[in-house]
Design a protein around this ligand. Structure first.
Ligand code: ZN
Length: 290
């Protein structure tokens, strides 16, 4: 059977599926201390004969197979998980499984590439805008991952004139994309959550401006066939049209693109992108001997 772990900063979703990828059982586990959460993860998978697993984790994570920290969570904002040997603990319990290990956003982009909004495309980019900002990409059918994984949320963008006084919210960089445009930046500016502000509040145009700048950069560097936007902030209905508007303005007709309604799109799989991606990775892992 196939196993999937979508490991997020607030919850883990674990699932088992048959060889075709049909989900047989699924569980949601709160992200607490590693020993507590992983205890529940093992209780769940112990019920099934798992042959292969796809694991997509919050990070930063170590994806360098030649590193002695391969499979570890790095300098995460989830302090209890810093330097936790995630993959090692999993393999200690299930020593005979095949697996693929990647980031949460790579799990999502892979799901969208195989079965969602990017099905049939060769290259795609997935950006989540929620409590943080992160991106994953598939380029010519392969996940973009080397000895490191991309950190698309932490690039620099040009400050919006109406946002000049905001110091930014990223503990590392201050005014990086995540510091300026992730959900918590709204609370930091106004003292209220985004869903308490009206849909025509100026903040949405400011956030869309930052996202639009970033998407133009990603599009120029990676040349994806389609860009998929997920995460809580993107569920605000006014956001996608505003993002497309800003993208159009900053691209200024430089690269020729399809209609932006078909180029910058919402997820095709909703909240299931990463889980579907993990099961696809598990399926492929059956062919790989680690
Ligand atoms: Zn940052």
């Amino acid at each position: 059977m196939l196993g999937a772990i979508e490991a997020g900063g607030t919850k883990f979703i674990c699932a088992v599926a048959n060889a075709e990828g049909t989900v047989i059982d699924k569980v949601r586990i709160d992200t607490e201390a590693p020993e507590v959460t992983m205890g529940h993860v093992f209780d769940f998978f112990n019920q099934y004969p798992i042959e292969s697993m796809g694991i997509a984790s919050f990070g930063p994570i170590n994806v360098d197979k030649n590193s002695d920290k391969y499979g570890y969570i790095g300098n995460s904002s989830k302090v209890l998980w810093q330097n936790y040997n995630f993959l090692g603990n999993l393999l200690a319990h299930y020593p005979n499984i095949n697996y693929q290990w990647t980031t949460d956003v790579n799990g999502s982009v892979y799901g969208e590439y195989k079965a969602g909004a990017a099905k049939g495309k060769d290259s795609c980019l997935y950006l989540t805008i929620g409590t943080g900002i992160g991106g994953g990409a598939v380029i010519n059918g392969k996940l973009l991952q080397t000895t490191r994984h991309p950190e698309m949320g932490h690039i620099r963008v040009v400050k919006h004139p109406k946002d000049a006084d905001f110091a930014g919210n990223c503990p590392i960089h201050g005014t990086c994309l995540e510091g300026l445009a992730a959900g918590p930046s709204i609370l930091a500016r106004y003292g209220v959550e985004g869903n308490e502000l009206s849909t025509n509040h100026e903040i949405w145009e400011i956030l869309a401006d930052y996202i639009g700048q970033a998407l133009v950069s990603y599009a120029y560097i990676m040349a994806p066939d389609i860009i998929i936007i997920g995460g809580g902030v993107s569920k605000q209905a006014q956001m996608l049209p505003l993002i497309r508007e800003k993208f159009k303005e900053y691209n200024n007709d430089y690269i020729d693109l399809p209609d932006l309604e078909t180029y910058i799109v919402p997820t095709g799989l909703g909240d299931d992108s990463a889980l579907v991606g993990c099961l696809e990775l598990a399926k492929e892992a059956l062919e790989i001997k680690e």
